[in-house]
Write a protein that binds this ligand. Structure first.
Ligand code: SMG
Ligand code: MG
Length: 367
């Protein structure tokens, strides 16, 4: 049977986080998520949009993602027959990679399910479980931070990422390092610093960190190159890497020596694989970033993280690190790993009760 989309549902869900997550750009207590459900005669597929409620991580936000998906993206994919064509069909629309990525993920999931093919096989993954870490937000005090980290270490996480911002950097990172001398530790500034803060980075350089993620603004590859030359600690870029071409440019300019890969940030899982490929060619390690996804996005991310070049632990934690109740069956930590789903497509689906309970709005679209 030929692949043919019969309807698309845009469904907004809201999942309370187990604890507020604070980064340099703001605090989040609720995951307000746009889901895309593609319905075909042969079954359905799910996509998750990683845009936040407010445009603070990047210019996208959920209200805008709903509108652009409804009015500009879904109307362009009604006749799509293969997931490989989605990005080209959506290319005339400028920007909105997270919304585009969600549409592509839903088409991909539906198509793979119809083919009986798991996403990890489609992408070319080489692992059946992936190393994961945990990202720890800015805390109310250094004691609270150390207690939180200790809890995650007890749970089995061997790699911890600390969010930093001016005024919350050398002291808290030093306190965690003192308590956990052997822990794989890294930091993420979400672009909160400038080259004027060189003293902070000189101090952080002494803590044996795996990497410093996105110290400066998205557009400032030059400042990252300058800092990378000064430090022994590798620089990793997240927000700056918006495509495979941009990843190649950043690496070739010496702006980073590690790349955080997020499908939503680059417009979908196929472009995310392309980012992986250009980095692998350049022998630059990558790892899978996270956007506090529900089990749907997490399943796809775990499949992505099974590719050969993903050699650092992912920002993909067990469901209970984020939610009391996930949208799918829970992801559970096995040692310090998550198992890659083996079913067709992304390998998981929303549990009907949870989907119902978390839904805040739905829009039905037909060709
Ligand atoms: O999904 O475990 C997770 C969170 C990982 O810290 C994380 N993501 O910049 O890398 C990042 C942030 C963005 C999160 S937006 C609230
Ligand atoms: Mg980041």
């Amino acid at each position: 049977m030929a692949f043919a989309i019969e309807a698309v549902e845009l469904r907004r869900v809201a999942l309370p986080l187990v604890s507020p997550f604070r980064a340099s750009f703001g605090t989040e207590s609720l995951r307000d998520v746009l889901l895309v459900r593609v319905c075909t005669a042969g079954g359905e597929g799910w996509g998750e949009c990683v845009a936040r409620s407010e445009p603070l991580y990047s210019p996208e936000f959920v209200d805008a993602a709903v509108l652009v998906a409804r009015d500009h993206l879904v109307p362009r994919v009604w006749a799509v027959e293969r997931p490989e064509d989605v990005a080209r069909l959506l290319a005339p629309v400028k920007g909105h990679p997270m919304a585009k990525g969600a549409v592509e993920m839903a088409v991909l999931d539906a198509w793979l399910r119809a083919e009986g093919l798991p996403l990890v096989v489609y992408l070319g993954g080489v692992r059946d479980r992936v190393d994961v870490g945990v990202s720890v937000g800015i805390a109310s005090s250094i004691d609270a931070l150390v207690t939180t980290v200790a809890g995650y270490v007890d749970a089995g996480y061997r790699r911890v990422k600390l969010k930093i911002e001016p005024g919350w950097d050398v002291e808290p990172v030093g306190a965690v390092r003192a308590q956990f001398p052997e822990l794989w530790l890294q930091v993420d500034a979400n672009g909160a610093y400038t080259l004027e803060d060189s003293a902070v980075f000189a101090a952080l350089d002494g803590f044996g960190l795996l990497m410093i993620e996105q110290p400066f603004g998205d557009d400032d590859l030059g400042a990252h190159t300058t800092l990378a030359r000064r430090l022994a600690t590798p620089i990793c870029l997240d927000e700056s890497i918006t495509s495979a071409a941009r990843a190649a440019e950043a690496v070739d300019r010496g702006a980073c020596s590690i790349v955080n890969v997020k499908a939503g940030r680059v417009g979908g899982y196929r472009e995310a694989k392309a980012v992986h490929d250009v980095c692998l060619e350049r022998r630059v390690p990558v790892w899978c970033g996270g956007m506090l996804e529900t089990g749907l996005g997490r399943a796809a991310n775990v499949a992505l993280a099974a590719l050969e070049g993903f050699t650092y632990p992912a920002d993909l934690s067990a469901s209970d690190r984020y939610f009391t109740k996930d949208l799918t069956r829970p992801f559970v930590l096995e040692g310090s790993q998550l198992a890659v789903p083996t079913g067709p497509g992304i390998g998981v689906e929303p549990e009907p009760d949870a989907l119902e309970a978390f839904t805040t709005a739905t829009i039905e679209l037909r060709p």
